[in-house]
Design a protein around this ligand. Sequence first.
Ligand code: NIG
Ligand code: FE
Length: 435
Amino acid sequence: MRADLLIENVGQLLTLAGPAGPRRGPAMQDLGIVEDGVVAVKQGRIVAVGKRGGFEGSITPDNVLDAKGRVVMPGFVDPHTHAVWAGDRRDEFEMRARGATYMDIMRSGGGIMNTVRKTRLASADDLVRESWPRFSYMLAYGTTTAEVKSGYGLDMENELKMLDAIALLNVEQPVELVPTFLGAHAIPEEFADDPDGYVDLVVDEMLPEVADLVYRIGEESRPDDPMPAPYVKAAEFCDVFCEEGAFDLEQSRRILARAKELGMKLKIHSDEFRSLGGTALAVELGATSADHLVVTPPEEIALLAASDTIAVALPGTPFGLGKPEYAPARAIIDAGGALAIATDLNPGTSWCESMQMMIALSVRYMRMTPAEAVTAATINAAWAIDREDQIGSLEIGKQADILILDTDDYRDLAYRYGTNMVAQVIKAGEVMFEE
Ligand code: NIG
Ligand code: FE
């Protein structure tokens, strides 16, 4: 068999191969490690993977990459980011350093609204230019696919502009993006006295427009084209910030139920500061994921763990806010839940592009093992964005999104922190980053 690339001399090959379905409970501990492994890639996909000595003699590769005994693993998947925005919130960060809370700042008109004002003034091209370096950092730190939310526009024109910017970035830079509509991120100031009026706008006007919106990527197809030009959805998911001072449970239900009717997949920000019942709502509506979960009560943890909804913990957020409470990841996993982790990359609570940092935080503050954290950052993160058939593990037929680490023991991803352990990033078979 011909192959474009053969990666050989792999010390620890973390395949993350396993049973169908997201990894739950004790299965999160199993990374499917092959010692002395090889991986073959053809046309951007994995065509062979396993222990050296079995099959690679029958492969004729165009290129051979010597992993020099180091770790090879799937690219990180970051399933919750707000990576596209304009400006910064350094002043608010300093206010918090002096004792103000995130909610104090939000109530006084800062917080998300601060970034909305700046984002509304930017063009889609400005947003692309300003956000681009964040995707370059993600890639360098090993993230090969990321979910990205709108939510700093908060009116039809500006939410669509954000989705345009996400689509442009998806085409123009190497990190693959999965777009989410988060029109219900905050009540915009012009609706401060009429929050339900804003919910009406989201439900009656924005959602019907966004649910059907597609972009054509690639060349225009000719009438005789055997393959039609590829189209991508402007937003695959609809998300809501279900929180005191943002959207209450009934408003969140209206928005998510309408999005579901329109054929969108669902996510929710629930239990970041106050528990309003958003996690139970996510389970009831069959959401793909429920995210944050810092103050989720035990009954809702049990519901979530028994459901198909992926629990997404965002340890960069309490860390970024300097708060001691983290999501009860141990309880979720021990109850048989499927847990993923993400950066929540945003200018207010967590400006961090690194999934390695999230692994380091998960092990220290959420009592996860290094293996559980790696599962949460790869295959379970792929499940959290409905990409489990394409990415998140190194298995035949999957996209060749592969990292070579600068260590021979994967536990260094958690044990060491703040330095980049990624030596090389391969996206769909092409080397996209090399230290
Ligand atoms: O996930 N919680 C809401 N959204 C973000 C914060 C966004 C911001 O402050 O700009 C979060 O923490
Ligand atoms: Fe968020």
